[in-house]
Design a protein around this ligand. Structure first.
Ligand code: C2E
Ligand code: MG
Ligand code: MG
Ligand code: MG
Length: 293
């Protein structure tokens, strides 16, 4: 019938065209393919440094997607899409396994075992797959849990869909994982949760670092967070450190650890290896990177 024909037309063309013309859905389908094939996804690593001597104390794994047409798509753009379209579970599992596989490759090369930190999405917490993915990956690649740190944002820690997070974090820590709050200071107004959560580290959001040392309000906030963290027995990593002025302020305020372009941009695993090889050649196998001039 004409009616049936009309509906078929609209089903076949209008919605399909809308979907295909939307870069949003194109990205979602592309991401699904990337997950199935694996070759467009990769992890970059950014080193974290002790200010006193520049030594690398760990690394953060950051997800990258090389889209065949759009080039490098930022995680800030595709992670929210993955979360909305049911792809964050598989994507998070891929990050867990690939990070551990890379740590095993570095071990084969004889590199010193540095802790690597991965970012955990709220979806991974409330779907409850995280623990399974971690156990499977750690066993498959022979990595100790103490070497794999977990970064969670305040919004993840306080997301009710994640259920009662305290026992889960306690269980993860009992296995040996370390837990950091990412983007600290951006998510929540009450600090009372800090005394109830089992945590190792705060990552001070770069929004507070950007205007140091000149902005008196940011300087006050950063100093207060550092004092508070000391009282609570938590490490602090300042994120997004780009200038010597920021570094000097942080060091003077008692901050020990930093991550930012001043020391190193995120780069592929090969860049970390190359850096280490240079230092082995210079009889300094410890991975010590000085701030870039
Ligand atoms: P994040 O976890 O806070 O990661 C730090 C971000 O700051 C990274 O952006 C890094 O490249 C950038 N950054 C580091 N140092 C500097 C600096 O000195 N200056 C500036 N301007 N930026 C700096 P990236 O890689 O684009 O990642 C953005 C966000 O995407 C991450 O923020 C994290 O929330 C999320 N993300 C990345 N990888 C993953 C992942 O595997 N899983 C999940 N769930 N989220 C991820
Ligand atoms: Mg992070
Ligand atoms: Mg962060
Ligand atoms: Mg951030």
């Amino acid at each position: 019938s004409a009616k049936r024909h009309g509906r078929n037309v609209s089903q076949r063309f209008r919605p399909a065209l809308d979907v295909q013309n939307s870069p949003h859905m194109t990205l979602v389908y592309g991401l699904r393919d990337a997950l199935a094939n694996g070759d467009q996804l990769e992890l970059h690593y950014q080193t974290q440094h002790r200010i006193s001597d520049g030594a690398v104390v760990g690394m953060e794994a950051l997800l990258r997607w090389r889209h065949p047409e759009y080039g490098m798509v930022s995680p800030g753009d595709f992670i929210p899409l993955a979360e909305r379209h049911g792809l964050m579970g598989p994507l998070g599992n891929w990050v867990v396994d690939e990070t551990l596989a890379q740590m095993a490759r570095w071990r084969e090369l004889g590199m010193p075992a540095l802790p690597v930190w991965i970012n955990i999405s709220a979806i991974q917490m409330f779907q409850g797959e995280l623990e399974t993915a971690l156990s499977a990956g750690l066993a498959r690649h022979g990595i100790a849990p103490a070497q794999l740190g977990l970064e969670l944002t305040e919004s993840v820690l306080l997301d009710e869909r994640a259920g009662d997070i305290v026992p889960r974090l306690e269980a993860l820590r009992a296995r040996g994982h370390r837990i950091a709050i990412d983007d600290f200071g951006m998510g929540y107004s009450s600090l009372s949760y800090l005394k109830n959560l089992p945590l190792d580290k705060l990552k001070l959001d770069r929004a507070f670092i950007r205007s140091l040392p000149d902005d008196p309000a940011d300087a006050a906030i950063v100093s207060a967070v550092l004092a508070m963290a000391r009282g609570l027995g938590l490490d602090v990593v300042a994120e997004g450190v780009e200038t010597q002025g920021q570094l000097d302020f942080l060091q003077q305020a008692g901050c020990r650890l930093v991550q930012g372009f001043l020391y190193a941009r995120p780069g592929p695993a090969a860049a970390i290896e190359a850096q280490w090889q240079v230092q082995v050649a210079g009889q300094q196998p410890e991975l010590v990177l000085r701030p870039e001039p």
